[in-house]
Design a protein around this ligand. Structure first.
Ligand SMILES: Nc1ncnc2c1ncn2[C@@H]1O[C@H](COP(=O)(O)OP(=O)(O)OP(=O)(O)O)[C@@H](O)[C@H]1O
Length: 272
């Protein structure tokens, strides 16, 4: 077990830094339903951390706690060394956290480029009044933001569709545009909500490759939730497994794969 402040180098030569986020004894209820039951785990800088589990395990609820959208009734979320208070979405973005959604949340009528540009909003310092008064400054800022958006479009290999309205794209490409928009915010922590859901094998392979490249090239810490155990095993450094709101496994993919409780949960073994 490594110390929280310690960095280490993985077998494939990537550096995993100290703990950036710590979930401490999180319990989340919706009325009488306990969606998360006293769960603790951490996320280290630079790692790919997956949260997996069968239907209704509590993964989406957990991602919403990580993103600050839900505030748990019990427990604390520590981020970059302090307890995180209740936050508004723009404050979450200012903390360097960006996310994608399971049910794609893009502006369908807008082009790919314009959608990616919306990811730059937190970086735009010039307000509406200032834009009128200092046109030159606003224009410079627009050019800078556009350059970042174009770089991300190149990185995710979607140049050919940059002017295409999102509504016309197949599902797999829409997911990639969502990833591009999240990356445009230049997050230090990227949250992915079932990034491979509904994809065919080829699209899943592409998405896996891009997730690995984002982590490798930009050093972005990635936390993702996924229903399908297989797809995240090759991708993740560490995996949390949830079932019925509880944590039933936490460790490297091989630790988790050999955990009998995890095997039972995925095979649908009856609970006492
Ligand atoms: N907004 C809500 N109001 C009431 N109950 C909720 C709400 N969100 C989730 N739940 C309940 O909490 C439990 C966990 O749901 P959650 O969506 O977090 O699981 P999940 O692992 O993401 O499932 P799936 O893989 O099917 O998306 C379920 O029993 C669900 O019905």
């Amino acid at each position: 077990m490594k110390d929280n402040a310690e960095s280490y180098v993985t077998e494939d030569g990537r550096t995993i830094g100290p703990v950036v986020m710590e979930m401490k004894n999180i319990t989340l209820r919706f009325g009488g339903v306990e969606a998360i039951k006293d769960i603790s785990f951490d996320i280290r800088e630079g790692e790919i951390r997956a949260i997996i589990g069968p239907n209704g395990a509590g993964k989406s609820s957990m991602l919403n706690v990580i993103s600050g959208f839900y505030v748990p009734q019990e427990g604390e979320v520590w981020y970059k060394g302090s307890v995180r208070p209740r936050m508004k979405p723009f404050q979450v973005a200012q903390q360097g956290i960006a996310r994608t959604f399971q049910n794609i949340a893009l502006f369908e009528g807008m082009s790919v480029l314009d959608n990616v540009m919306t990811g730059r909003l937190t970086h735009m310092k010039t307000g509406m009044l200032a834009q009128t008064l200092w046109k030159g400054k606003a224009e410079r800022e627009e050019i800078e933001n556009r350059e970042v958006a174009e770089q991300i479009i190149d990185f995710l290999e979607i140049q050919a569709i940059r002017k295409t309205p999102v509504a016309r794209l197949p599902y797999g490409l829409k997911k990639r545009v969502e990833l591009a928009r999240a990356l445009a915010a230049e997050p230090s922590l990227l949250l992915l909500d079932e990034p491979m859901a509904g994809m065919n094998v080829e699209e899943k392979e592409d998405m896996s490759r891009f997730i690995l490249s984002v982590n490798d090239e930009f050093g972005t810490t990635i936390a993702l939730i996924e229903h399908d155990m297989g797809v995240v095993m090759d991708l993740s450094d560490r995996v949390v497994v949830m079932d019925y709101g509880k944590k039933i496994g936490d460790g490297t993919p091989s630790d988790v794969r050999n955990n009998q409780e995890v095997i039972d949960a995925y095979l649908g073994v009856a609970h006492d």
